[in-house]
Design a protein around this ligand. Sequence first.
Ligand SMILES: [Zn+2]
Length: 226
Amino acid sequence: MNISTYFLLIGLPLLLALWSQYRVTSVLNRYTKIASPRGLTGAEVAQQILDASGIDDVTVIQTEGFMGDHYNPTNKTLNLSSATFLGTSIAAIGIAAHECGHALQHQEHYLPLQWRSALVPATKFSSQILPFVVLGGFFFHMTHLITLGIACYAILMLFQLITLPVEFDASSRAKTILQKMDLIQSPLEIQGVHAVLNAAAWTYIAAFVAALGNLIYLLLVRREER
Ligand SMILES: [Zn+2]
């Protein structure tokens, strides 16, 4: 395999991931400093959105777990990091509304969310065994291990692909509902929520591109081994 193929499949996705991570950090930095118009916390905004949507079986909780802000469909909890839960910034209410978007998807049996949940166990298993599989495959030149690695990356790629509509839809629900409920008003606030959610969207695109790049890379490696 020549160096330019390697750069295209592995290097470029890595640069995209670094860029998107940097962007999220800088956009969050900017919009955690801008207060939301009503001074409500992320937790209060989440509760108001859930109430307005007729969702009464989802609990908003403060979490310090490594997963950060997320909606857990298995126990119907809306987990917000302290910064989001207690924060009253444009960033905090934007993120809280985005997580409510997932609760709304769950309530409406939004199909991509169901597919994504169904893929979680296989995805967890794949990412756990992948380092051993790939290392073993390269060191011992075992084609079977590389084939197993390809299967793992195929599952990861599929998971990241299904994640895209789930995340984009949750963000678009968040933008709509925040404006409809008058929780953001001025162009600056609207622009802020859009910037925060769009920056986050790029990290999901980067994760998909990385999984796809790795998958194609391993497919090429296996072809050369033969
Ligand atoms: Zn999300």
